[in-house]
Each structure stands twice: as structure tokens, then as C-alpha cells.
Design a protein around this ligand. Structure first.
Ligand SMILES: NC(=O)c1ccc[n+]([C@@H]2O[C@H](COP(=O)([O-])OP(=O)(O)OC[C@H]3O[C@@H](n4cnc5c(N)ncnc54)[C@H](O)[C@@H]3O)[C@@H](O)[C@H]2O)c1
Length: 329
């Protein structure tokens, strides 16, 4: 039985704590949140006790720490949990600063800690199946990947201002998917961006509409497009083209009911946002982490994956600002 300390009882902390509580192989032993009421309510629901962040990390009856607090706290909490000898599952991103990720990963490496980063899309049943079939060679050599990700609507402007920008906040998931699908590191990044959804986002120094093209050293290309608007739900699609064929994964609609009449054929909007669309992915992610600890295996995606995605996000941000392609180490 893996005993978890959960830090953060907000939107994503609740999702993960419920998955742990539902597992036969794990339980939430302790929970902490800066807002005592949030911690107490979730603790009552999942059968955990409440303590301070520091005490949860140090607790003797905790094997693993799940970090679901705001982004700015992640690197410090990963280090503290790693120094306390715990396995760590931390929500993305590790930090908005590549330098801070590097210094954090040094501690993780020194302690030989098992660190997983919450790039949940790798655990979506459809995208996971797509990646497996690429690796089995069904489309031969990967040549061109397309990743499309559009939110149903923009976040509040106060969040935009502290988010690190669309490339680091939203596209970070797509950078990870691009590496996961193509299976090589990208060395060149070229970005375009605009504020077409809400001019206020532009005035805050960010974009809400973006396209990035990237290339690996062997020439493989990935194109990512993001928008903070989609009138038909949370648009999440990908397509990978190779020397022997093409694999793609479509959106998931609310129901499979279709209306056919003289005007054509129409169906439901697609699932509205991340808790609905990726519910299964979040559960599979946490369960993979639990199974990995039980089997003594280190987790993937790990800190290195977090670092590489962040480098691509920084490169895209720089390319958008300068209008020039950016090389990535
Ligand atoms: N993988 C995904 O798809 C996904 C989805 C949502 C959020 N996230 C990430 O998860 C993190 C949390 O996002 P959220 O949407 O759940 O936020 P949220 O604001 O809903 O929840 C954060 C919680 O942390 C608590 N908190 C704040 N500072 C704290 C501290 N220093 N110590 C302890 N508790 C503290 C807050 O009181 C709040 O309850 C962010 O880093 C975000 O990027 C990832």
C-alpha cells in the first residue's frame, strides 16, 4: 500500500486525491493546503488527515508526495520531498524558469528520487494507443506530426498575467506530446502568435492564437497550433504521418448521436474541458505512478521530460518575440 501526502486541494489536487483514494494499492494518508477549509473538506472525502506542507513532506507514514499546488511552488516542494526520501508526482510545469528546473533536477538526481511530471496526455487512452502503434512501426518512419489544441475559452486575465504566457502555460502539454510522438528531440523552433480572441490578452503581453513549427536533427517536423477559443468544445487532435501511412486521433464528443437530414450530418459538441476530456488520462497517470513505485521502476514522463518541454516553450516564446527561428540545445 503506497501512502500519499497530497499538497494542494484545488481543481487538480481533488482529481488526483480521488484517484489515489479509489486505488486498491494506495491511499491518501495526509493532505495540506494553504487554505485549511480546502484541505479539511478533501481530507474528509478521501479519508486523510490534515497537516502543514512541511509536516506532510516529513511524515514517516508517507511514501510519495503528490504536488498540486500553484506552479511557483513546484521546484521548492520537489526538492523538499526528494530530500525527505519520497517519490514525487508533480503537476506540470516544474518551473517557468529552465535554470530553476536544472537546479531542482540536480537535487533529484543526487537523491536518486523517483520523479514523475504530470504530462497527463501521454496517458490518454487514444493518444497512448497512437504512440504505441507508431513505436510498433505501423506507419514506418515518422516524418510529420500535427498537434492541435484549442481551449473552449480564454482563462481570466489575472491568470494570463501570471501564467508565463501561452507557450509555457498551454502549449507545454503539446511540446511534451510532440517529443512523445516523434521520439526525437527538436533542435529548431519557429513560432507565430497573435491576440485574436481577446485584445486584453495582447495588452497583457501574451498571445491567444499560436502556431509553432519544429524540426529534429534528422529532419522530422512537428506543427503545433493552439487557440484560447473553440466554439465546439475542447479541441484535442493529433495526426502523425510516416513513410508507410498515417495515424490520427479524433476528438471525443458528448454523445455519438448524429442527425442526418437534407442539410447533411451533424453531431454533438466535443467534451468541454480538461477535467472531462482527460478524466481517464489523469486516473491512468496516477495509477501508472503507483504501479511504478510498487514495481520499483522509475516514472516517465520524468524531470528531464519536464526540462525539455520547458526549453521548447522558452524557444517558442523567444521566436515569437524576435520573429526568428531559435536553436534548442
Ligand atoms: N496537467 C493538467 O492538465 C493540469 C490541469 C490543471 C492544473 N494543472 C497544474 O496544477 C497546478 C495547480 O492548478 P489548479 O488548477 O489545481 O490550481 P487551484 O488554484 O485550483 O489549486 C491550487 C491549490 O493550492 C493551494 N495552495 C496555494 N499555495 C499553496 C502552498 N504554498 N502550499 C499549499 N497549498 C497551496 C490553494 O489554496 C489551492 O487550493 C498548477 O501548477 C497547474 O499548472 C495541471
Amino acid at each position: 500500500m503506497i501512502r500519499f501526502g497530497v499538497l494542494g486541494a484545488g481543481r487538480i489536487g481533488k482529481v488526483h486525491a480521488r484517484t489515489i483514494a479509489a486505488s486498491k494499492n494506495a491511499r491518501v494518508a495526509w493532505l495540506a493546503d494553504a487554505m485549511p477549509k480546502a484541505a479539511e473538506d478533501l481530507a474528509a472525502e478521501v479519508g486523510a488527515k490534515v497537516a502543514s506542507v512541511e509536516d506532510v513532506i516529513k511524515a514517516k507514514d508517507v511514501d510519495a508526495i503528490l504536488i498540486a499546488t500553484p506552479t511557483g511552488t513546484h521546484a521548492d516542494l520537489i526538492e523538499a520531498a526528494s530530500n525527505a526520501g519520497k517519490a514525487v508526482l508533480c503537476e506540470k510545469p516544474v518551473s517557468l524558469s529552465v535554470e530553476r528546473i536544472v537546479s531542482c533536477l540536480k537535487i533529484v538526481e543526487k537523491n536518486k528520487s523517483n520523479l514523475m511530471i504530470g504530462f497527463n496526455r501521454r496517458f490518454d487512452p487514444n493518444f497512448a494507443a497512437l504512440e504505441k502503434r507508431i513505436r510498433k512501426g505501423e506507419i514506418g518512419e515518422v516524418e510529420l506530426a500535427t498537434v492541435i489544441s484549442r481551449d473552449p475559452g480564454p482563462p481570466p486575465i489575472d491568470y494570463v498575467k501570471i501564467s508565463g504566457g501561452l507557450y509555457r502555460d498551454m502549449m507545454i502539454h503539446d511540446f511534451d506530446m510532440a517529443r512523445f510522438l516523434v521520439g526525437e528531440e527538436f533542435v529548431t523552433v519557429q513560432a507565430l502568435g497573435a491576440s485574436l480572441v481577446d485584445k486584453e490578452i495582447g495588452r497583457a503581453g501574451d498571445v491567444d492564437t499560436a502556431a509553432v513549427q519544429m524540426q529534429t536533427a534528422s529532419g522530422k517536423i512537428c506543427v503545433i497550433t493552439n487557440s484560447r477559443r473553440a466554439t465546439y468544445g475542447y479541441d484535442q487532435r493529433m495526426e502523425v504521418h510516416g513513410s508507410k501511412g498515417m495515424l490520427s486521433a479524433r476528438n471525443i464528443q458528448n454523445t455519438t448521436v448524429e442527425l442526418a437530414n437534407a442539410n447533411g450530418i451533424s453531431g454533438d459538441p466535443v467534451l468541454n474541458f480538461f477535467t472531462e476530456r482527460y478524466g481517464q488520462a489523469y486516473a491512468n497517470e496516477v495509477n501508472a505512478f503507483i504501479d511504478g513505485i510498487a514495481a520499483g521502476k522509475s516514472a516517465r514522463p520524468n524531470g528531464f521530460d519536464g526540462l525539455q518541454a520547458q526549453k521548447l516553450a522558452d524557444a517558442a516564446t523567444e521566436s515569437w518575440k524576435t520573429g526568428k527561428p531559435v536553436k534548442v540545445q
